[in-house]
Ligand binder design. Structure first.
Ligand code: ARG
Length: 470
């Protein structure tokens, strides 16, 4: 980073009037937020454009100054995009770097841009805009992952696999049904992101430092120009609230948790012990010592990055919990965690979508596992209820004894000799034992939300319509 000395040698040119000493070198570095603020540059310039236009429309600055300011901002925007802009730690943050450059470009008119404005309402505006863009991208990335899940599910409506509780075999489901559970979870995550977006969409500009301004500003105009729904209704709240960033980090956290659970399953299900699936080579890596290895690193990294995302929410929350109204510099520390969390989850979603689309699935392994561990025991109990009229609790007990018998003989429920089964309960018949096929079990659960193929097909149609493009 190149260091420009402030014009005022003694102190900062922007606020140095009442100072006779420059900041200590360590303080200057400590105080600067330039590295994070570079990510807010476009938003900062957009905010300044809207502010300058409003000032001119209200007769607070001249049309001539407005023209010079807008032309200067245009050039600065180009310089930043081209990487030619000289960021200086001496000017602390993006706001003062831009203003300083503007003064180099257009002279004293640059000094009129900050009329009726403070860095406090500027930074709150910039961060809202940056978080808003990222929430939109997060929501879009969630939809992309959902489409990838649906695309994979399309091939597996009849792929029977064990459903688990406690990661112990429980009751058969299908892989499509399993995948659609994540589509549902992701939809709620998206809803939280869009909900946070809706609530943050109010414009702080005009709150100035904390108490507004005596200039005849038009806050509706700046809010509209920046795509906000309305101005923030209280100037103190406008500059001192970061709950929008916390909410965004929280929405990102929810999405990360969903992704992390999915990733965990990929890790587990792609072990040879399960053998249900394998990541495509494009989303796996090898070992530098063990030539046979094919590790599901993409999934592990998604799981791993979730820790940092959750920490971002904590970081913001702990920063905010002790702050009195209105602005305090502590808030400067909250910008990077919020942006990082949103960007990290967006990355995770893109990787998850690619990994999902290319997942290699082994239906025969899933089907073989689907019957292991007496996963249709409930079906047998249900048959005893329906066909023999047993109370469910009694049927449960009978089947429990049959399971113990089958385990003692090292066989499955359906392979128990009928005579032995009837020794446990006379209500058991051959047809019941024959009906204990995992695929039949899945087909029998055909109510709303069940795994039966026709139900899952209808759910997939519903999702295709809702999401488009899958
Ligand atoms: N760099 C500050 C931040 O990121 C901008 C606001 C500073 N305001 C102030 N009065 N020092 O939060």
């Amino acid at each position: 980073m190149s260091d420009h000395d402030p014009k005022n040698e003694a102190a900062n040119a922007m606020w140095g009037g009442r100072f006779s000493a420059a900041p200590a070198e360590a303080m200057r570095r400590f105080n600067a937020s330039i590295e994070t603020d570079k990510r807010l540059a476009e938003e900062d310039i957009d905010g300044s454009r809207a502010h300058a236009r409003m000032l001119a429309a209200q007769g607070i600055i001249s049309a001539e100054d407005e023209g010079a300011i807008l032309a200067g901002l245009e050039q600065i925007s180009r310089e930043i995009a081209d990487g030619a802009f000289q960021w200086s730690e001496a000017f602390e943050d993006v706001h003062m770097n831009v203003e300083h450059r503007l003064s180099e470009l257009i002279g004293p008119a640059a000094g009129r841009l900050h009329t009726a404005r403070s860095r406090n309402d500027q930074v709150a505006t910039d961060l809202r805009l940056a978080v808003r863009t990222r929430l939109d991208r997060l929501a879009a990335a969630i939809s992309d992952w959902q489409r990838a899940l649906l695309g994979l599910a399309a091939d597996h409506v009849e792929t029977v696999m064990p459903g688990f509780t406690h990661l112990q075999p429980a009751t058969p489901v299908t892989f499509a049904h399993h995948l659609l559970a994540y589509v549902e979870m992701a939809e709620r995550d998206k809803g939280r992101a869009l909900d946070a977006r809706r609530r943050l969409n109010e414009c702080p500009l005009g709150a100035a430092a904390l108490a507004g301004t005596s200039h005849p500003i038009d806050r509706e105009a700046t809010a509209a120009a920046l795509g906000f729904e309305r101005p923030c209704r209280n100037s103190l709240d406008a500059v001192s609230s970061r709950d929008f960033a916390m909410e965004a980090a929280s929405a990102a956290s929810f999405a990360a948790i969903t992704l992390s659970r999915f990733a965990e399953e990929i890790v587990v299900f792609s072990t040879p012990q399960f053998g249900f699936m394998q990541c495509s080579e494009r989303y796996a890596t090898g070992s530098s010592i063990m030539p046979q290895k094919r590790n599901p690193d993409a999934a592990e990294l998604i799981r791993g990055k979730t820790g940092g995302v959750l920490a971002a929410f904590q970081s913001l929350a702990v920063t905010m919990k002790g702050l009195p109204l209105a602005y305090s510099k502590d808030m400067q520390e909250g910008k990077a965690p919020a942006l990082d969390a949103l960007e990290t989850v967006e990355d995770c979603l893109a990787i998850a979508a690619g990994m999902t689309a290319e997942l290699m699935v082994f239906p025969e392994r899933m089907a073989a596992a689907a019957g292991v561990g007496h996963t249709t025991a409930v079906d047998l109990a249900d048959l005893l209820v329906r066909r023999a009229g047993l109370p469910f609790r009694e049927a449960h007990h009978v089947v429990g004894r049959l399971v113990a018998l089958a385990d003692a003989r090292g066989t499955s429920l359906s392979d128990l000799p009928l005579a032995e089964a009837q020794g446990v309960s006379a209500s058991v018949d051959a047809e019941m034992l024959a009906a204990l096929d995992p695929a039949a079990s899945v087909r029998s659960r055909a109510h709303v939300g069940g795994p039966a193929p026709e139900v899952v097909r209808a759910e997939m149609d519903r999702w295709r319509t809702a999401l488009g493009g899958a």
